[in-house]
Design a protein around this ligand. Structure first.
Ligand SMILES: [Zn+2]
Length: 300
């Protein structure tokens, strides 16, 4: 019996509408706990996860395959070497329990200022974001943050919230005599991978905050200077004043997160220094020139 079935039963049994379902998510958590749909994130937040890891991984893999077919992939060796060097150093420090086997890293040839990580061990970096990241440490901050979303199962939470609200909608629709709720593409949006692969769904503030902390620890434990995460978001903030990059539509930048990242340095800096003392600092060289996407060139 699927977890969704139990949620549906809850909705029917308690005759809840969409709003009360959302409000009661936490209170029904104890029931879901028995169904192992409740968990706690590494920073201690209660989470609802209606999907299994296998389902989430499959969604991540399917989306990634689709993107690889539709978006040009960079063939520039220096650019690829730089991104792989940073990503490999980060993923080497991700527990096997989070993802078994190799992570697949793809550099998409696009001027979009964007990057993402998906369940199933997938990382996508757009060449456009490499013009914002000044060095290996800032790119590590981006990748660490994105992998942080995966490690903390944020897609599962968002999809579960969608699902529950959709169940609420379905109940409302039945009550109103309507039928067929179209939820096509919902899980694509839940993975948060951008406008052309679903509706943009910004991460919540608590997800951002958690990915910042987890990501900063991860980059530091991988030998990258965690201070770079503060500079990165300052750069992003500056950039978003003129023309907000795609990345900022799903990743709101604000003073609070810069303050939090600065405060967390007291925790992450020692991880970094420990790696540095052992001589484990990656030496990934950012190419002087990141070649522009040929598709963009031909359009101009
Ligand atoms: Zn984020």
């Amino acid at each position: 019996m699927s977890r969704l079935f139990y949620v549906q039963m809850l909705v029917y049994f308690f005759n809840l509408n969409i709003f009360t379902v959302m409000k009661k998510l936490i209170s029904v958590c104890f029931i879901l706990l028995a169904l192992s749909a409740c968990s706690t994130s590494s920073t201690g937040r209660n989470q609802i996860s209606l999907y299994s890891d296998t389902e989430l991984n499959q969604m991540g893999i399917t989306s990634f395959e689709q993107m690889k077919k539709e978006i040009p992939i960079s063939k520039d060796k220096a650019t690829n070497d730089f991104v792989f060097c940073v990503a490999d150093a980060i993923t080497a420090n991700v527990s096997q329990s989070a993802h078994q086997g190799e992570w697949e890293v793809v550099v998409f040839d696009s001027e979009q200022v964007n990057a993402f990580a998906l369940p199933g061990g997938k990382i996508g970096v757009y060449t456009g974001i490499l013009n914002v990241t000044e060095n290996q440490d800032q790119l590590a901050a981006i990748i660490g943050h994105e992998v942080g979303h995966v490690l903390e199962h944020h897609s599962n939470e968002r999809l579960s919230a969608n699902k529950v609200s959709n169940v609420g909608l379905a109940v409302a629709a039945i009550a109103l005599g309507a039928s067929d709720i179209d939820n096509k593409g919902l899980w694509v949006a839940g993975l948060g991978i951008g406008v052309q692969y679903g509706v943009i769904m910004p991460y919540s503030r608590s997800h951002e905050s958690e990915a910042d902390i987890v990501g900063q620890d991860l980059m530091a434990r991988s030998g990258f200077a965690p201070k770079a995460s503060v500079q990165l978001w300052k750069n992003m903030s500056k950039l978003s004043k003129d023309a907000p990059p795609e990345f900022m539509s799903t990743h709101p930048s604000n003073e609070t997160r810069i303050k939090q990242l600065t405060a967390h340095l007291t925790v992450s800096q020692p991880y970094y220094l420990a790696e540095k003392n052992l001589g484990f600092t990656p030496k990934c060289v950012k190419p002087k020139v990141i070649p522009k996407s040929p598709m963009v060139k031909s359009n101009k």
